[in-house]
Write a new protein. Sequence first.
Length: 323
Amino acid sequence: MWHQRVLSAIVLAGGTFLLGAACGSRTTVSTEPSLKTFDDEARQIMTADEAEVFKSLPDEASRAEFIEEFWAIRDPRPETPENEARTEFEKRLRYAALWFGSHNPYRGNDPGGPLRNLSGVSEERGRTYILLGKPDVIIFFDGAHETESHDGSRSRLQFDLWILEQWIYDRLQTHVVFSRASGGAWVIDSYRSNLFDQLEEAKLSWLQGDADAYVSNWFRFSAAFGPSGIQIRVPVNRVSTDDSFQVELDVLVKVYRENVKVDEIRATKTMKETQANLFDGQDLTFSIPYTPAAKGNHVFDIIIRDLKATTPSKFRVLLKRPL
């Protein structure tokens, strides 16, 4: 079994812990259960594309739809009422809120019901726990003695005694050391070189199936505004077809002028492709006719769903244009 201890290498020097690796960058997250804070809550497991789209959505209706789709593509068993991925995510958020944070009122004791203090989720231990889950081994250090936990359990009685924690993930062959800084905040002190790669890969592990294959084949399109309206271009390797090489796309365009919704366009685009075009990798292109009724800064919220796909396959592009 892969296992690496580093706490024994710590040296006390004038009250400061000297560790060999540089500190990593810090990421904060909030868990207020509302549309406005969803970006903060789920940012850790969002892909870069998802994060960019979500922060640009113009109204609550589009954000609510995004959130529904966000969890749908992460549902390991869509045939059941429960979304197991979302349930696990919420469990990790709650655990982080209960156990982490410099001024945590819960100290590992769950009062039940909604939690008002969520500072533990924004701490670096909380972020790591949410992404990677429970460590295989935790080594706690109180300044004189080490205590090992091989089941991820923590002691409320020693909550304020620990000054260092090493989390070991045997299954990922990585580890991270957290230290209690001045003021009581916990920060990353050192880590194995592959830690941040593992954190990034963990975002994709929430997606179902082979993450690399899944993302590389995700339905995508690009959009631009031209003389005849909105021009759509879809890479042919990102769409699904039936046995006769027919592509069917459901198109929804919400039009905003000066941040006010002024129009909505719905259409179904059916295109017959040849086997040669599919293998040659040529893009599919089509237009959505649109003429603005008035001048102003326009945002086109374009949502296209691949109707031939067997799994959730919808993508959104925000097109901004002064017209």
